[in-house]
Design a protein. Sequence first.
Length: 270
Amino acid sequence: MRIDLLSNDERAKSAKELLDRRHTVRLGALFSPSDTPPDLLVLPIPITRDGLTLNGTPYTLDACRQALQRGAKKTAVLGYGACPEALLCTDYRDLSQDERFVSSNAELTAEGGMLLLENAFSSRGIALFSSVAVILGYGRIARAMAARLCAHGAHVMIGARRSEAREAARRAGYIPFDPYDRAFFCERGRLLFAECAHAAVNTVPSPSVIPTLEGMPNAVCALELSGKSDVLAAAEALPFPALDGKAIPTRFFPKSAGALLAEAILRQKI
């Protein structure tokens, strides 16, 4: 099988090393009209609606679609999340539906998130132990972060909009709250943990939840893990430092992230 990975970061390079043992793999180039199209085209993770940039050259998703349509054979496309509208005509595979990949990627993200938090606390001469971690969201990454922070002796508050998620957080031993109920959050944060250092971790892909954190007492930092640029911009407007947690697996654990990607690619039936 011939595989083209439309990225050339360290995760893609590590994935190529593993895939090369069984397949023909190229990195970081959209095939030209004279090329034979690949059997599988792997989009960058994540990809924006505007397109992608490879080796300094920007490509729109429409250019990707046109390249795919030039070939005599049908190329499967592997991406993360719902199929972009420009590529609806293709055989699109969604990595976000691969539970093994998503769960393992969340664990790597949480592991790197802990490194960022520990560095931020250490630079202030503060231990995570007995601090208060306020996590917005209760998906895979949030649960992985909560477990690690709890293991470090932190008190964990979970801001989840859905009542079922808040109940699941309560059963897990965390303090749940509605992230849009700012009065309740500030009361619990101030009265129960007034003398503790606080850290915020956001996993919700919406900037609307960020203002909840403005009144957080004794805040050390806010770690933004949703990967959305508008959410990071909202976090950077907070009165305490914001940490960019975008693409943590690739940044901190490229070999492990590459292995996860290679395994997910090999699970595709082409």
